[in-house]
Design a protein around this ligand. Sequence first.
Ligand code: PLP
Length: 399
Amino acid sequence: MVFSEKGIARFKRGNSFITFASMEKQLIYFDNAASSPLDERVLRVMHTCQRELFGNPSSVHEAGRRARVAVEDARRTIAKRLHVTPAEVFFTSGGTEANNAILWGAAEDLGYSSFITSPAEHPAVLKPLEAIGSRHGVRVHFAAIDNKGHVDLDHLEKLLKENPASVVSLMHANNETGTLLPVKAVSGLCAKYDSLFHSDTVQTIGKFEMNLGSPHIDFAVASAHKFHGPKGAGFMIVRSGNFFKPFLTGGGQERNMRAGTENLCGIVGMAEALELAHERLEEDQRHIMDLKKTCIENLSERVPGVSFNGDAEGSSLHTILNLSLPAGIDPDMLLPRLDMEGICVSSGSACASGTTKGSHVLEALGVDLQKPSLRISFSRYNTHEEVQRLVDVLVKVSG
Ligand code: PLP
């Protein structure tokens, strides 16, 4: 890789160069819930994999067998960290595909005709459910949430009582506000009413110690690029007894649950990223919680009228902070102004929409959408200096 004076990254191919975006500007990156930087250790493992493991894992010769061993090692690493069996781990291209495969599999193959979700779920759950719900005889029910985004458990139980043998799809941590689901209580209700529990765990896998056997979760999903792994690699956990016909067909890979040649180096990198995340879990949690606390304290002190959305100081994922600034600042101008200062944040779910459109999650919480809102999402690489710079810039733009 060559860096020009202006910091343009260029890769030589034959006599010409492929030019990538300018890397000149020092960025402060607070959009880790959208995607997080690849860890160096993961990059090294992937580099070796790209160079040395060129066989197709389905080929029976030595090169294929080496690739197969790498895939199965990765599967075992992931299974061990989540306390499931390797046979319950299925590789996908990421969280969107995993959610789609599970929901469609539950409807089409397992024969479930009642689904219970919430209005604050990710579009990778809401959109497939919308399509599934338009099928003859299928119903999708919405559990109420309060103004912090917590699911009303009494309402959930009422829905389950009226519709036993449902699939309950509720995310572990909301990707826009960080509000956490009481997984144990929801798992208990699902068991009581003979229902399956699917949880979109994209934002929490690699952030917490997780045992998917206790409390029991039937289906969980992950996306490597949310925990410093590569983009385009993810997995679904499907507990045995709930296997379904493949969402993608055309090959017998993943024990006939997901056709297509495995993304070998993505899978190897993802397992390394998960392993690394777990090795430094407590250290990272402490550091990120401290950043979030400092950010809340400083903004509360220095930006009159700032408010925090979700349950920022309560049951909330440490990596996510959602806030609204006082009315009067043009919501459409806030992100560009921060961007000009070299600060990357998002307004709601940039990873879902690619736009800065109003958030269906904040709307469901009853947040005043006239006020500009921001999602700040932290990672192990952020520093207190960066938080101070963010606060200074927010003071400037709201002044
Ligand atoms: N679910 C949640 C909660 C997310 O935050 C995301 C992020 O974009 C997804 C699903 C989609 O994951 P992926 O980017 O791997 O398709």
